[in-house]
Design a protein around this ligand. Structure first.
Ligand code: GDP
Ligand code: MG
Length: 324
């Protein structure tokens, strides 16, 4: 079976993924990770089957309980009969093609459930990075028939926060202690949260974290009618407590988005972003090919001689590399 998918052509892989073969799904996500030249064909084949899944981003500092919460959420959605995809995006990991060790333990209870795909993803130094790869992996899971896709990213770097913000609904997780709220504010993740989870509510300080959050989000202040008021939910993910409330908050946010046309608006923004990232990456790749090119050397000579300014030279170069 392994060899079957390894040597399969794109139409066969896409058909296999649509029929729910986990190895076909895994193979397609590997093509994304590897920035395979066949991706163009893959994305064209997947396009008619995407747009069904609810995409939920989960982010927060390392150790707050994202993977534990994700696993508990998978359980909650499975009980509701949904097919679930999990994408654990880890830019620092040299591994891929399966869950990371810690995540494998935390998500182990779902191993072997045919209604769940769990995948961690790294990007192997591709120029476009995670911002380029994550949405394409989401497309694979969407076309494979997932009703819900949970994207876990560490809320530290700019690109990770951005990936979480590219979801239909973004969940920001905090845990009591260590001025966590302040940290989150610094990382800029408070602005992107639609639903806030204070996990580890079994620990001292959970009340203080909830209060701090209410204050920072201005939840006591009046809002324009119809505006979304972020939900704040307490959980003990390690014991599965509070997860039904999280699902409830996610459903409420989804209903609000649909009512306001916000879901369509977010998806348009996401699609625009995706096109932009692919275009910029393609341009960068062509520019990299141009290094050492005679055209660039000639432009440099004209600039050095005072015959041309760098802006006009850059325009010439962009026209040359995009012109064919
Ligand atoms: N006390 C307590 N510990 C938890 C809770 N949820 C997760 N943990 C523990 O916190 C640690 C980090 O969890 P993990 O899900 O890997 O965090 P992540 O780095 O955000 O993905 C693990 O040892 C979990 O068992 C909780 O609700 N209460
Ligand atoms: Mg994790």
């Amino acid at each position: 079976m392994v060899t079957r998918w390894r040597s399969a052509g794109v139409p066969e892989l896409v058909a296999g993924a649509r029929e729910g073969h986990p190895r076909a799904v895994a193979r397609l996500i590997s093509l994304v990770e590897d920035a395979s030249p066949r991706l163009r064909e893959v994305m064209a084949a997947l396009a008619p089957y995407t747009g069904h899944a609810s995409v939920v981003g989960l982010t927060g500092a390392p150790g707050v309980g994202k993977s534990t919460s994700t696993s508990a959420l998978v359980g909650a959605y499975r009980r509701a009969g949904k097919r679930v995809g999990v994408l654990a995006v880890d830019p620092s990991s040299p591994f891929s093609g399966g869950a990371l060790l810690g995540d494998r333990i935390r998500m182990g209870e779902h191993a072997g459930d045919p209604g769940v795909y769990i995948r961690s993803m790294a990007t192997r130094g591709h120029l476009g990075g995670l911002a380029w790869a994550a949405p394409q992996a989401v497309r694979v899971l969407d076309a494979a028939g997932c009703d819900v896709i949970l994207v876990e990213t560490v809320g530290v770097g700019q690109s990770e926060v951005e990936i979480a913000a590219q979801a239909d609904t973004t969940v920001v997780l905090l845990a009591p202690g260590m001025g966590d709220g302040v940290q989150a504010a610094k990382a800029g993740i408070l602005e992107i949260g639609d639903v806030f989870v204070v996990n580890k509510a079994d620990r001292d300080g959970a009340d203080a974290t909830v209060r701090e959050l209410h204050h920072m989000l201005g939840l006591g202040e009046a809002r324009a009618a119809g505006d979304w008021r972020p939900s704040v939910v307490r959980t003990v993910a390690a014991r599965g407590e509070g997860l039904d409330e999280v699902v409830g908050a996610l459903e409420k946010h989804r209903a609000w988005m649909e009512e306001r046309g916000e879901l369509a608006a977010r998806r348009l923004r996401r699609a625009a972003r995706e096109v932009e990232t692919i275009a910029v990456t393609a341009l960068r790749e062509r520019m990299a090919d141009v290094r050492g090119d005679a055209r660039l050397a000639a432009l440099a000579e004209r600039i050095a001689a005072g015959a041309l300014d760098p802006y006009a030279a850059a325009d010439e170069l962009v026209t040359a590399v995009t012109g064919g």
